[in-house]
Design a protein around this ligand. Structure first.
Ligand SMILES: [Zn+2]
Length: 410
């Protein structure tokens, strides 16, 4: 029988549950006494909430003993079997789908190439098929479905769950949440890929515990996820963080957005390849030619990274040049947002050992001194999975912050 509560009691209970789940996510294993102490709640309140969460299968007791606070007792952790989440990334030239348990252990994954020239319907059909496959596998494992997160490379209207504009895909006004909802009766979250990736790093990556950081997502485009005081900064309409379209050179190359000289035209993997081809055109010897022969159009960004690892001068020069432009933009971001950490993500993170030192140097030389005194730099631990893991984080974030399942708790 459902307990009748007032709106206020219900809200407080939900809030306390979210607090307890969040402490367990960040610090588990914890005892009931430790949880009560950290959350500033009395033991009986904590016990009621814990018992409900155990009954719902979201947390579990372990047989380890605690010696930190109070009497030894059973310790609590989030229960991996609490359910499964599906993360989807629709990239410019790929689709990636990941199935995880409640603590983001990857249970299944698939990444396939796609062609941005392909029909939009065709790409979306394929993405929904992969989503269905992930759900089937989760159900076969006896787990309950918690939701689907979808990261996309463009501007997202969060309220309508709509992809408003994706310059590099040339898509506009795609009602993704509606399309996925028609097929899957689950909570569905649509988010810009850099924002999703930032959330993923905050939840289970290099930005854990960092409430003020900027995630740079550099693939074909360049996006940014800005975390301010533990919340993604979305701006008045949800379109904040389009850092790749800051104008760096008004006379520069045409960008996918229609403007000239955006930052992303100077710093993405495509910019590295352009730089490499220009140097090789002059007849400079390089290991990169071993990968492509005389066909310079066939060079990939991975080829350049591999060559740099063998100390190839051309590859290192191209990366250094792009690192310099990255640094110039990062200085501006540091002066505006005063973050404690800059995370380099997406394809460029594969070359972080060459790019980050250049960026750090430029930041030290050019930023105002106080904001850069304690700043740290890191490469995404998820490499090219940053967004799709972030899509999983969207689902878990919703459950942990808004434990709606309480409505059914008796
Ligand atoms: Zn642009």
């Amino acid at each position: 029988m459902a307990i009748q509560t007032t709106a206020d009691q219900g809200f407080i209970r939900k809030f306390n549950t979210a607090v307890i789940l969040d402490y367990l996510r960040r610090f588990s294993p914890l005892s009931r006494a430790e949880l009560a102490a950290r959350a500033g709640l009395n033991r009986s309140t904590v016990s009621i909430i814990i018992n409900n969460l155990i009954e719902e299968g979201f947390i579990q007791e372990t047989d380890l003993q605690s010696s930190k606070v109070g009497r030894p007792g059973m310790l609590l952790t989030l229960n991996p079997k609490g359910g499964f989440a599906v993360g989807v990334e629709i990239g410019v030239d790929f689709i990636s789908v990941i199935l995880t348990d409640f603590i983001a252990n990857v249970l299944w994954r698939e990444r396939v190439s796609s062609d941005p020239g392909d029909d939009q319907i065709h790409i979306l059909d394929y993405a929904t098929e992969l989503t269905q496959k992930a759900i089937d596998i989760g159900l076969e494992r006896g787990l309950r479905p918690l939701g689907i997160g979808i990261g996309v490379p463009g501007l997202v209207d969060l309220r309508q769950g709509k992809l408003v504009f994706a310059p590099n895909l040339r898509w506009s006004n795609v009602p993704l949440r509606l399309m996925w909802s028609q097929r899957f009766e689950l909570p569905i979250f649509i988010e810009n890929e850099a924002n999703a990736a930032a959330l993923g790093e905050y939840y289970f990556g290099v930005a854990r515990g960092k409430d003020n950081f900027i995630f740079l997502s550099a693939g074909i485009g360049l996006g940014g996820g800005v975390m301010i005081d533990g919340k993604l900064f979305r701006g008045s309409s949800g379109y904040a963080g389009e850092i790749g379209h800051m104008t760096i050179d008004p006379e520069g190359e045409l960008c996918g957005c229609g403007k000239r000289g955006c930052w992303e035209t100077k710093v993405g993997p495509r910019a590295v390849l352009r730089r490499v081809r220009k140097i090789l055109d002059d007849g400079t010897p390089s290991l990169i030619k071993n990968f492509s022969g005389d066909n310079l159009d066939g060079i990939t960004f991975n080829n350049v990274v591999d060559a740099a690892k063998s100390n190839d001068a051309v590859a290192m020069e191209a990366l250094k040049d792009v690192g310099k432009y990255l640094g110039i933009g990062v200085v501006n971001l540091i002066n505006i947002f005063n973050p404690e950490l800059i995370v380099l993500g997406g394809a460029l993170s594969l070359a972080h050992e060459y790019l980050l030192p250049v960026i750090e140097n430029i930041v030290c030389e050019s930023s105002l001194k106080p904001p850069c005194e304690h700043i740290k730099f890191a490469a995404s631990g998820h490499e090219t999975d940053a967004c799709v893991m972030g899509a999983v984080a969207l689902v878990l974030d919703d459950i942990l912050r808004e434990p709606i399942f309480l409505q059914r708790v008796t």
